[in-house]
Design a protein around this ligand. Structure first.
Ligand SMILES: [Zn+2]
Length: 201
């Protein structure tokens, strides 16, 4: 039986082509995950956001515009965040967790997060799936990090900086990653605000 937890997370979506395939793979594996969405993409793919919620996944904040916080002032960063939260609220998404673009924070990020009740979340295992590595190579690369409390970073869409042409290998990674986690007694869960390391104990 599982007594550990692991969080699979997907950034930069939703994408009309790849996100449904990621959701299908998660459904096939009966696994929950968390999606850190870009608000304009979420608004354009509202049915996918509804599907994520209906299937028990977490939907949390990535950004409105995918810009490093170090390139924004506190004012423009707060504006981007509020624009994203407002757009997500219209989709019945009320984020409690925030993974900033590239995981980069600036000296203002914590204040903007705290003022909006958002908890910042990074990751512990990076698939680097944006590079275009095969699912097999990605699984081997993160093998040692598939452990209790792990937060795995992947992408269900092409973001800025991606050097691959599609997300097929991320889709292909879901089933073997879930199987490996369960072999180690880890159940994939949604990320949780207020829990240690954001993964429920
Ligand atoms: Zn991103």
């Amino acid at each position: 039986m599982s007594d550990g937890r692991i969080a699979l997370t997907f950034d930069d979506g939703p994408d009309p082509l790849w996100t449904p395939q990621v959701l299908d793979a998660l459904a096939e594996a009966d696994a929950r995950a968390t999606f850190f969405v870009l608000a304009p993409r979420a608004a354009a793919e509202a049915a996918l956001i509804a599907r994520m919620q209906a299937e028990g996944h977490g939907v949390q904040l990535h950004a409105y515009a995918h810009i490093r916080h170090t390139k924004l002032t506190e004012e423009t960063g707060a504006e981007d965040t509020d624009r994203a939260l407002s757009m997500l609220s219209s989709l019945s998404v009320e984020p409690e967790l925030w993974r900033t673009p590239w995981g980069v924070t600036a000296d203002w990020t914590e204040d903007v997060a705290a003022a909006r009740g958002l908890e910042l979340v990074r990751w512990t295992a990076d698939t680097h799936d944006w590079r275009g590595d095969s699912a097999t190579a990605m699984l081997a690369a993160i093998d040692d990090e598939v452990a209790d409390g792990a937060i795995v970073l992947a992408h269900d869409a092409l973001g800025p900086g991606a050097t691959r042409s599609g997300c097929a290998e991320t889709v292909a990674l879901v089933a073997p990653l879930v199987a490996l986690a369960r072999d180690r007694g880890l159940e994939p869960v949604t990320l949780c605000a207020g829990c240690p390391e954001a993964v429920c104990p």
